[in-house]
Design a protein around this ligand. Structure first.
Ligand code: 2NL
Length: 357
């Protein structure tokens, strides 16, 4: 091989071996084999040579090019390997290090009670329906057989909204109970119906036992053979499951609601002095119920001659306060994290039927 090629081979080989980074190696490759590289220049020079001389010289230059290409590739492999090793060392994760503690948060007691109620009625075959907070006054009152002069309609109890043109052309209200959802369900589904409706409700009232926004669950069962006995069995089972007391005394007391006939208030046994549920000789009113009024069925397109049903309604705050000994309703809405940490429930321990057992 010509001396100039030998010298270039030695110098270029040393430079490639000395490249200490992928970038430096790439610079060398460009200097040797790039468009204006020294070896590329030698190849270009072959064009001006005599055929005989070109043959020997061309073989030697191509041999040099192949040797340098291989040297660059093997140097690249070494550099890539050590770059990877460096990265693995730098990004090493110590999986034996203890994790930073992270709060799982807590389920609000109101949400927890709704979950428990859903679990208990779910086991009785009920499904859940929900609806909007803003209703028009036919769904909130008219369909429920609540007459125009009824005190529940009074401005003092119900929030009326000044919606432009009204809601469906009728006055709009913040729903004072969830019954409108049952009305819609009766209008859009065919019996048998077996639903509960949990949700926010609103009344113009504010003190230690009343909040302008509170929560209710109502229930509705419609069929061709539904009796007061079904109502009683359903609610006795619910109350005993909710309070976790298989022998909880339950009393049905005649009452009046415009949307049920007959109507019954439901009481549970407790000790007024100690507040203990299921003990003592006193009675505590806990929910309202009754057989759905024939006018309500008819308003919803259900033939009262062929179908009967029962309905009930209860306040979630009250049920929660009684079960957990919470004295003031306003605590539910203050978002005090110390209170929520104390009274909240673990999200890893979901509500189930076996709650109090
Ligand atoms: C209470 C009493 C009650 C109902 C709610 C109802 C709904 C329809 C038809 C008939 Cl669509 N009734 N709901 C019935 C009886 C009582 O609630 O004290 N709630 C806190």
């Amino acid at each position: 091989m010509a001396d100039d090629l030998d010298n270039l081979a030695v110098a270029a080989g040393a430079a490639v071996a000395a490249a200490d980074s992928l970038a430096a190696l790439e610079d060398q490759r460009v200097a040797l084999l790039g468009k204006n590289g020294s070896v590329t220049g030698l190849l270009k020079a072959l064009g001006g040579m005599e055929p005989e001389a070109r043959k020997a010289r061309g073989a030697a230059v191509n041999h040099l090019k192949a040797a340098l290409t291989e040297a660059i590739e093997s140097r690249r492999a070494v550099l890539e390997q050590s770059a990877l090793a460096a990265r693995l060392a730098a990004e090493r994760i110590d999986i034996s290090a203890p994790p930073r503690p992270e709060s799982p948060g807590a389920i609000h007691p109101i949400s927890r009670t709704m979950d428990e109620i859903a679990a208990i009625f779910g086991a009785q075959g009920f499904t859940i329906r929900q609806g909007p907070d803003v209703e028009d006054d036919w769904f909130a009152f008219g369909a429920l057989n609540i007459p125009g002069h009824h005190p529940a309609r009074a401005m003092m109890d119900t929030f009326y909204l000044r919606a432009a043109g009204g809601h469906n052309g009728r006055p709009a209200v913040l729903r004072p109970h969830t019954s409108a959802v049952q009305i819609r369900t009766m209008l859009s589904e065919t019996p048998p119906i077996r639903i509960i409706v949990p949700g926010r409700t609103f009344r113009s009232d504010h003190d230690a036992t009343h909040s302008p926004m509170f929560h209710q669950v109502e229930g509705l069962v419609i069929g061709t053979d539904i009796t007061l006995a079904h109502l009683k069995g359903c609610l006795i089972d619910f109350l005993r499951a909710y309070f976790g007391l298989p022998d909880l005394p339950v009393r049905f007391r005649a009452s009046y609601f415009p949307f049920t006939e007959p109507s019954m208030e439901v009481d549970i046994g407790w000790n007024r002095k100690t507040g203990e549920i299921g003990a003592g000789t006193d009675w505590l009113e806990i929910l309202g119920s009754g057989m759905v009024h024939a006018n309500v069925l008819a308003n919803c397109g259900i033939d009262p001659g062929a179908y009967q049903g029962f309905a009930f309604g209860m306040g979630i705050e009250r049920l929660t306060m009684l079960k957990h000994g919470i004295a003031d309703l306003r605590l539910f809405y203050e978002s005090d994290t110390r209170w929520l940490t104390h009274y909240g429930f673990s999200p890893l321990n979901p509500a189930s039927l076996t709650e109090g057992l």
